[in-house]
Design a protein around this ligand. Sequence first.
Ligand code: NAD
Ligand code: IPM
Ligand code: MN
Length: 346
Amino acid sequence: MTHTIAYLPGDGVGPEVASAARSVIEKVADKFNLSLEFKEAHFGGAAIDATGHPFPDETKSICDDADAILLGAVGGPKWDGAEIRPEKGLLEIRQRLGLFANLRPIAVMAGMERHSPLKTEIAKNTDILIIRELNGGVYYGKRVEGTEKASDLSEYSRREVERIARIAFETARGRRSKVTSVDKANVLATSRLWRTVVTELQVSDYSDVTLEHQLVDSMAMKLVTNPSDYDVLLTENMFGDILSDEASVIAGSIGLAPSASLNEKKAGLYEPIHGSAPDIAGQGKANPIGAVLSGAMLLRHSLGENDAATTIEVAVQNTIHSGTITSDLGGSASTIDVTRAVCAAL
Ligand code: NAD
Ligand code: IPM
Ligand code: MN
């Protein structure tokens, strides 16, 4: 059986890191006798330039028919003043495919603590899975643009909170069985609903999983003072966006962090959590590891190839240990050097 992967390189460093991930996936596919077909499509700013829309119809049909989607990143200063922004394509693809569950793992591997900006004793043993709700909240509410007054509505329904909370509890059972639900229940109505629904679900279906609630402001502080206290962090769309960039640097760099965005059928979109990094684009400096690890998540979650995924993760660890690292981690290797080293380590 051939698996089809929609390949959307996007903008800025997107094509650099996406092609790294693709090379590693192709290499591991050879090793495990997997038949894969990549279908490249325009997305983001590159798609605006080619077609006038960040998520053109042809890309939609390629994504609809694919078993999984591999994405680089979108956006950049070129399109900042544009009427339609590249980021709109990202919001549309997440909504179209119902990708409500965004998994963002952040781990400080043993021996890697020196890459963290935090003290070794604080960074060590950090192993957090951020589960970010991706189809609701302020990202999708009614938006009123304006030069004098503007507004962005945040809405959540019980159903939306419950389905993402269920993913968090189920996933926690395969880890350290602890969920920290992050909200702003001291101010926001959506957060009070969030807290009620998460609490009720834990009592009814997941009493074996420990649940704690944390306000988002103190969570931001505790993430950098006691990161190893946390297992699964469950949160809404915008808080998850912000906390995941913060958490990513505990491991050393945002360039290391992968993500999977899944729907009810586990069809998914896989991308590093970082953006198009316009400040380093086109210089061969981008760390490809976040994209490569997103490729591992693709193999695991959408293609069911757990061993191939683990093989990539081990190759990445060995590569970092060997010192072939990009400048964000204090090294001097290029994107391509790291990609070749991971392929060799496979
Ligand atoms: P960014 O994540 O692109 O960059 C933030 C900082 O991290 C920069 O200094 C950058 O050089 C560094 N960085 C990012 N990825 C790196 C990598 N792989 N290796 C080494 N260093 C890396 O965030 P930004 O500058 O705020 O956003 C730039 C553009 O990207 C914006 O248009 C934004 O909307 C877009 N964006 C897209 C996505 C996405 O496609 N999923 C995610 C975030 C931001
Ligand atoms: C991310 C990005 C996106 C988000 C932007 C580019 C729309 O920051 O994937 O983390 O806010 O979700
Ligand atoms: Mn983000």
